[in-house]
Design a protein around this ligand. Sequence first.
Ligand code: SF4
Ligand code: SF4
Length: 217
Amino acid sequence: MKGWYFIIDAEKCENCHNCFLACKDEHVNNDWTPITKPMAKKGRSWIEIKGRERGQYPFIDVCYLPVPCMHCDNAPCIRVAKNGAVYKRKDGIVIIDPSLSKEQKELVEACPYNAITWNEELKIPQKCTFCAHLLDEGWKTTRCVQACPTGALSIYYAEEAEIKEKAQTEGLQNYKANLNSKPRVFYKNLHLFTKNFLGGSLFTIRGGIEECLEADA
Ligand code: SF4
Ligand code: SF4
């Protein structure tokens, strides 16, 4: 059966936070029950931009990684939730029911990706809904994807076999795959965020003066 996946290119994210703002714009003061209640006015958005600096001056590389809920196929949050308060839809999207999840603050700790926020005013846990209320109306994209000016974010509607083949041919990877939660978010160029970075320069000494070899190239 076909379902939704995120594909995020770590190389294209410029840390502009347009996705973060679009998510807030869509969800603060808007009640999308039964998918979700309004997002808290203050605090985190449902997509976090993680940043990592690698190397040392003058060899520096900076990478940003947008991290929404992973809509895991083996989701720890679903296992921890009482009364079926977190469920997976047929299209793969994981939803926290805003009525059934009331007072279940423990769900915040249940997510190994730190994707669940606590709405103190409404006393409910909340997270990225994959903009399911829009997809259900026929939208072909989500607000964060629509707002991304570099094309770092995209969504994909596919069979599991299709996404697996795409992952193999394009080198897509899951973030923290060792958690075994089977995320539906795939990253291009994840190594820019997770691996170390080596930089250096080669020089020679001519007549007692240091010269960069690259200048000879
Ligand atoms: S990322 Fe966290 S909140 Fe999202 S489905 Fe996985 S365990 Fe649940
Ligand atoms: S898919 Fe929708 S709810 Fe999820 S991070 Fe993007 S804008 Fe927010």
